[in-house]
Design a protein around this ligand. Structure first.
Ligand code: ADP
Ligand code: MG
Length: 627
């Protein structure tokens, strides 16, 4: 509990004790009224102040206004009737504040759960200077600096291990509880906790660009993107509250007037009392509070599993996903190619690979990374000029004055170079030197360990159609799709073709059904933003992908897609339950109140009760990931 919560707890206790005393011990009228008023002010002064401010700011109709009018009205009515019992006004405020306290506690708790994720924010980085460690602000560390991370500390900035071995706890980032072993040469991302050894890391990014900063930005801004249910509720409250106030006014005035006209006597105080009860009942707190809280909890629960959802609107869309479209390389496959053959070369194998690797030196495509790794040499970028990357085709560049083209059939066809086909299955990188064919490098990729299971899990989660789009050759594409159990496959697509295909698939959807595209952002960032929901691979995905995507999977595990869908469905179900439940109770109470069956006590009990139940229900969304 924080200070503010403690303070309101103390106020609640004081008011409750006073209320019980006054209710049980008879007292002279004056004294009793004074004590009741004291209790009322202790528990309700802030509501009165807020209501008054709201009137000054011309934002009259909020729950503070409702509570203030109802309780002040109840006091006025009691005084008018010469009763010294003001317990009703005190009780209404008391219960209302108890509800508020509970809510702020619950919200704080789920925020703290999300902050457990926020806890990944590192406060400092260690730099070694003259044999001593110095703590510096991570913002001040330049790219390429060597930082030292000791056991128990967080990795503050993304980088590559230079020295040392250790195991890293990545659970805050990925939900994966097994530690990951790293040694020199391995990439590490910020936010992991170093558990065993001392690591020297050469930073590869600035702090602001590092994984940690990006995640925090995503989570912090997720509240800004409102779901339809949320904006429904705020629009609803804007109309509903004034409407109820008008209703209350009508209830206070119309029936007594009619009775007067009919000569039955006004009975004003009965009807004013009913109108005030009406106001108490009408407070829409349960909805206003529980719906954003459910989404918030859902997003928090998902982030615990390594699934970052950028806004509650995406959670809502995700729950309607019926078609999932995948990119192949880097999404369903690891995107770590091994060179499995070098054929038809006029040069030595090594030389061909070196040409290819040099031409690829500026690309971030997984193929490029794999060729450079296979080459194994330190690449001198000075030798390479005029690099041009043709997305979905390959690269052309000038290496040592020789023009090198490395890519697929499409690239070669574009250059008018005849290729010799490869008989083995795998991704083929054709190489041409100075416009004549020099041979090809056969590389092969393997599926991610969970890809097959991921497709099956999606089917079980009610996704009716799975599609794979790839720029790779048909033979490889079919092979992958068959192994994984994907329904449809389209191959040899350029990035623009992928957009067209997704648009076609989108146009075939009916009703509420939605389409999700899952990619790593390399040659598919446009598709990520075109789909109803773009899901990007966070660890290996490009920055562009993480920007363009609506949902980011921190550990690149495709199995998380089905999990994300399940979380979204559970969260939406909770939201609907709360809407229906709260509205049903409200309308029932409004009716009972109007007919004088429910008094103010019953009203406030119903209101706080509904709110507490709705909030408890909302909090269930936090554990939606553990299904
Ligand atoms: P995917 O859709 O499977 O992710 P891409 O669209 O990224 O594949 O690439 C499609 C094909 O284009 C690759 O299979 C490869 O043949 C060729 N290609 C793309 N980029 C490069 C590159 N940098 N070097 C060589 N070939 C490339
Ligand atoms: Mg790709």
């Amino acid at each position: 509990m924080n200070r503010k919560q403690k303070k309101s707890l103390i106020r609640i206790i004081i008011a409750a004790v006073l209320l019980i005393l006054l209710k049980t011990a008879p007292m002279p009228g004056r004294l009793s009224i004074i004590l009741y008023l004291a209790a009322y002010l202790v528990i309700g002064y802030d509501i009165l102040r807020k209501a008054f401010r709201g009137i000054l700011n011309r934002q009259v109709f909020d729950e503070n206004f409702l509570m203030a009018v109802a309780t002040l009205g109840a006091i006025a009515l009691a005084v008018y009737e010469r009763s010294s019992d003001l317990s009703e006004a005190v009780a209404v405020m008391l219960f209302y504040q108890t509800g508020e306290l509970f809510e702020s506690y619950a919200v704080g708790k789920s925020r703290r759960n999300i902050s457990a994720l926020m806890d990944i924010r590192p406060d400092y980085a260690n730099i070694e200077k003259d044999g001593k460690l110095e703590r510096v602000d991570p913002y001040e560390v330049a790219v390429g600096t060597v930082i030292v991370v000791q056991p128990g500390e967080k990795v503050p900035i993304d980088g590559v291990v230079l020295e040392g071995t250790s195991s890293l706890n990545t659970s805050a980032l990925t939900g994966e509880s097994l530690p990951r072993d790293v040694a020199s040469g391995d990439e590490v991302i910020s936010g992991c906790i170093n558990m065993t050894g001392v690591l020297k890391i050469r930073t590869s990014k600035e702090f602001g660009e590092s994984t940690v900063s990006r995640i925090l930005e995503l989570v912090e801004s997720s509240g800004a993107r409102k779901s339809r249910a949320e904006s429904f509720i705020s629009r609803f409250a804007r109309i509903y509250t004034p409407a109820v106030c008008c209703g209350a006014l009508a209830l206070a005035v119309v029936p007594p007037l009619i009775r007067l006209i009919m000569g039955l006597g006004g009975d004003w105080s009965i009807w004013v009392y009913r109108a005030l009860t009406f106001l108490v009942i009408s407070c829409p707190c349960a909805l206003v509070i529980s719906i954003p809280l459910s989404f918030f909890a859902g997003i928090g629960g998902a982030s615990h599993e390594g699934i970052l959802i950028k806004g509650s609107n995406y959670l809502e869309t995700l729950s309607h996903v019926k078609t999932v479209v995948f990119d192949k390389t880097g999404t369903l496959t690891r995107g770590v190619f091994e060179v499995s053959g070098i054929h038809h070369n006029r040069l030595e194998n090594e030389k061909l690979l070196e040409y290819a690797a040099l031409a690829e030196c500026a690309s971030s495509h997984p193929i490029s990374l794999s060729l450079r790794r296979a080459c194994g040499k330190e690449l001198d970028r000075e030798r390479v000029r005029n690099i041009k990357e043709l997305p979905g085709k390959g690269v052309v560049a000038e290496v040592d004055g020789v023009s090198v083209a490395a890519g697929n059939e499409k690239l070669m066809a574009g250059l008018g170079i005849e290729t010799i086909p490869c008989r083995s299955v795998g991704t083929v990188i054709h190489i041409a030197l100075d416009g004549s064919y020099a041979g090809h490098i056969l590389i092969s990729d393997i599926e991610k360990p969970h890809s097959k299971e991921a497709i099956a899990a999606l089917k079980r989660a009610g996704v009716s159609r799975t599609v794979m789009l790839t720029g790779d050759a048909d033979r490889v594409a079919r092979h992958t799709a068959e192994t994984l159990g994907i329904d449809e496959v389209y191959s040899e697509l350029l990035p623009g073709d992928k957009v067209d295909k997704v648009e076609q698939l989108l146009s075939k959807l009916s009703g509420k059904a939605r389409l999700a595209f899952v990619g790593d952002g390399i040659n598919d960032a446009p598709v990520l933003s075109r789909a109803d929901i773009g899901i990007a691979m966070g660890a290996m995905g490009s920055d562009a992908a993480i920007e363009a995507a609506d949902i980011v999977l921190m550990d690149d595990d495709p199995l998380k897609i089905a999990k994300a869908i399940k979380i979204s469905r559970k969260c939406i179900r909770i939201v609907h339950e709360n809407i229906v439940f709260a509205l049903a109770v409200k309308f029932a109470c409004l009716l009972l109140g109007a007919f004088g069956i429910a008094d103010m006590w019953a009203a406030i009990f119903a209101d706080v009760g509904v709110m507490v139940l709705a909030v408890l229900n909302a909090i269930r969304a936090l554990s939606a990931g553990r299904l």
